[in-house]
Design a protein around this ligand. Structure first.
Ligand SMILES: Cc1cc2nc3c(=O)[nH]c(=O)nc-3n(C[C@H](O)[C@H](O)[C@H](O)COP(=O)(O)OP(=O)(O)OC[C@H]3O[C@@H](n4cnc5c(N)ncnc54)[C@H](O)[C@@H]3O)c2cc1C
Length: 311
């Protein structure tokens, strides 16, 4: 219930204004967000690489409402990619980028899908020049069909383009089976958006069972599974399935969010696994932060106290 209320708040403009103009909850934001500028993100990427972790950087923002703004987002990614390359962080995809389709225009009232696809192609070309890859994030269920369509088309020119499947959706095991072809990079997560029961499994247990089913499809396939979860039982299942399907440490990777279970990230990497950390940066942190609080309501009290200035 609380999760649903928080996720509704993440999409509310009124609540967004209230929170972002309140005395800044710096401690909570800084836990999950690398900083406001590309240079902050590059500095965090450098630190994580030195600790043996892979990185994907996300320029925060979503639901862009005009084409010029969407083009500016592309410019930001192009600059970020050249800064990452200049810092020597992009080789073999060690530091890549993640992009939200609505940030680059998918939600525009006119020609949204065409604009987003062209913008993603520009980012993919810049990533290729920098020697790295792009993964297209998955947003709420109303954008799934268009996002997968764009990924299928863009993969004709950029076969290493990654996409995301959310196990909370009823359709996802079929999507995983369809996406498990040779070289296909697929990030599997539970899903961070409010979704009606017609499209999504309503209980956490069903979402977890669906995650295990999707994982099976990806691990048995010929693609490259990216296992994005902090959930201990699912991480164990992933390790067991990798053994069963004869996948070595280079044939899949774990992914976790910046600021979440950092010790577990290090433990897996120390054991020889590939672990990639999703690092967001930028000033538009509100929606991202509220989705993180919805996953872990225990953080909410701390957050409310810091908003009130008492922590
Ligand atoms: C790399 C990466 C990329 C993602 N990309 C997308 C995407 O494109 N689209 C999308 O919808 N979702 C995305 N997500 C979010 C994802 O869908 C989940 O909402 C999120 O990962 C929490 O689910 P969980 O699998 O960790 O399991 P949960 O059951 O939520 O958590 C398992 C355990 O992890 C720890 N934990 C989880 N969240 C937090 C937190 N915020 N703070 C502290 N501890 C926590 C707790 O110990 C918890 O018990 C992504 C997640 C990751 C890791």
């Amino acid at each position: 219930m609380l999760r649903r209320i928080l996720l509704a708040a993440s999409a509310s403009e009124r609540v967004r204004r209230l929170v972002t103009f309140a005395p800044l909850a710096r401690g909570v934001v800084a836990r999950y967000v690398a900083g406001e500028r590309a240079a902050d993100a590059v500095a965090v990427a450098r630190r994580l690489r030195a600790a043996g972790l892979l990185v994907t950087l996300d320029h925060l923002g979503e639901d862009t409402t005009d084409a010029r703004q969407a083009a500016a987002v592309v410019d930001e990614y192009v600059t970020l990619l050249s800064e990452l390359a200049a810092a020597g962080l992009t080789g073999h995809g060690a530091a890549e980028v993640s992009v939200k389709p609505t940030h680059v225009g998918l939600g525009l009232a006119e020609h949204g899908e065409k604009t987003a696809a062209e913008n993603l192609a520009r980012i993919c070309a810049a990533a290729r020049n920098a020697g790295t890859t792009v993964t297209v994030d998955m947003e709420d269920h109303t954008h799934v069909e268009a996002t997968l369509r764009m990924v299928r088309t863009l993969r004709e020119d950029f076969p290493d383009l990654g996409c995301v499947i959310q196990s909370q959706l009823r359709r996802s095991a079929d999507d995983c089976a369809a996406l498990a072809g040779r070289g296909s990079r697929v990030r599997l997560c539970k899903g961070a958006y409010n979704t009606p029961p017609e499209a999504a499994f309503p209980s956490r247990a069903e979402v977890d069972r669906s995650y295990a089913r999707c994982l099976g499809e990806l691990m048995r396939g010929d693609g490259y599974p990216m296992i994005a979860t902090h959930d201990p039982p699912l991480i164990k299942i992933a390790g067991a399935q990798a053994n069963l399907t004869d996948r070595g440490p280079g044939d899949f990777e774990y992914q976790m969010l910046y600021g979440v279970r950092s010790a577990e990230q290090q433990r897996l990497a120390s054991g020889g696994a590939q672990v990639r950390v999703y690092v967001p940066y930028g000033s538009d942190w509100y929606g991202y932060l509220v989705r993180r609080l919805a996953e872990r309501p225990a953080n909410l009290l701390f957050f409310l106290r810091s908003l009130a200035g008492s922590s």
